[in-house]
Design a protein around this ligand. Sequence first.
Ligand code: NAD
Length: 488
Amino acid sequence: MDLLSAQAVSSYLERSPALHLVDGVLLDEGPGDDVIDPATGAACARGPGASRALLDRAVAAAARAQPAWAATPVEQRRAALLALAGVLRESADILAALLTLEQGRPLARTRDEVLRAATLLEAVVQIGLDPDLLRDDARGRVFMLHRALGVVGAIAPWNVPVGLAVPKIVHALYTGNTIVLKPSPYTPLATLKLGEFARDLFPPGVLNIVAGSNALGEWMSIHPGIDKLSVTGSVATGKKVMASAAGNLKRLTLELGGNDAAIVLPDARIDEVAPALFAAAFVNSGQVCMAVKRLFVPAALHDELCDALSSLARRVIVGPGFDPASELGPVQNRPQYDAVRRVLDDTRSRLGAQLHAGGQARPGGGYFIEPTVVSGLAEGCPLVDEETFGPVLPVLSYRTENEAVERANQGRLGLGASLWTRDIDRARQLGGRLIAGTVWVNRHVGADAEVPFGGARESGIGQQFGRAGLLDCMQSTALYLPARTEAV
Ligand code: NAD
């Protein structure tokens, strides 16, 4: 099937619409909202919209299926999930085309998203779930046993739809839970199609995918049949979910916003670090939770770095994701596009602000904004203090490393941070002072399957990946046994 244009993908969806997956059955309940192609601003497909009754059916199916799934030997759960990785790889072209249509990124990038999800999945299911032996001495033995929680609800955002949904499926199902997954209303198509392609891999009710508006997310938050919610989204949504999840004290994993700082140290060579910093700031047109969103640079290197980043920004080709020449796509949706333009307007009005490259929204229907490098700002304005989530990077000049670390630590967020230097010992010292869930040295962005990923402060609660991420989906029980020698 040749899905190399928006028209081709839209007509494929007319012949084969994206449907909910509930209890092993594909359902056409809806209609949901139009899905908008961000490259044109026009409707390109219609997603289904789940009612509250359909959510109830999905949760009931997940609850029915859960005990048998938890009792299935872990090797079989692992095998079913490895088969899901196979489905991701086999259907990478079609899933990538759907992602490019709804999310906007160039095809090569959305294909990477699907393949990387498969690779992460394969690594996560190699992590052991055995009990921990905490003590074995004259006082006795203590084991920590880990068992599934029950039904996991998962709520995903629009910036990396499949790449962020698949880890939620893997964490929940590998640990013996069943799942009801909701993609973003902006990007439901690829996730629903993944459910269709994978529906025979699991017993009915184990994997359920229902699409709908933000209200569906709220219904999930208050649903008494959901034992745990894993949400990736904005801080505002995370707070609402936390409040409404109180009814049955749902376990929560919240992966929320970031305003990540990258600190270039005085010994860094600008020609070496600029391309990697540019990529880490403008990946997915800045719409990545852990993208570089504040760039601190010593005053002596400031102009050189601004020049290097600006020339990269001028060279990068921004365009529709189906154009093979495009390197960056549009902002994904209209409200986000308007929000980024408001930040640009505010930035232009600030005394001292200098826009080195970009700064313009492109005329026409699509949500294109040129990669923008800004200097001359400090704390006290939205571009620096808040998460912009778009292709606009502030470069902030500093005098001492202490000052840079203190300023990087300002604010309510703490997702990631990075240091750029040839002095790794110094990076290690400073890295321990940065308040963030992840600190990288000479790189930024990326999570590995065996390394827990989560946010400090309001960037989140709990973790994904690593054994800690899997245990976030489990209830632990301390089992005290008498000492081996003790007569019973
Ligand atoms: P969003 O919060 O608007 O939406 C995320 C999901 O939550 C969507 O499925 C939406 O329908 C649902 N939702 C909205 N309101 C809800 C409510 N009241 N109750 C329950 N669910 C609700 O976020 P977004 O705009 O889709 O995504 C961008 C945000 O996500 C950014 O802040 C970004 O930093 C963050 N993000 C974080 C991570 C991470 O791992 N920490 C990864 C990607 C994105």
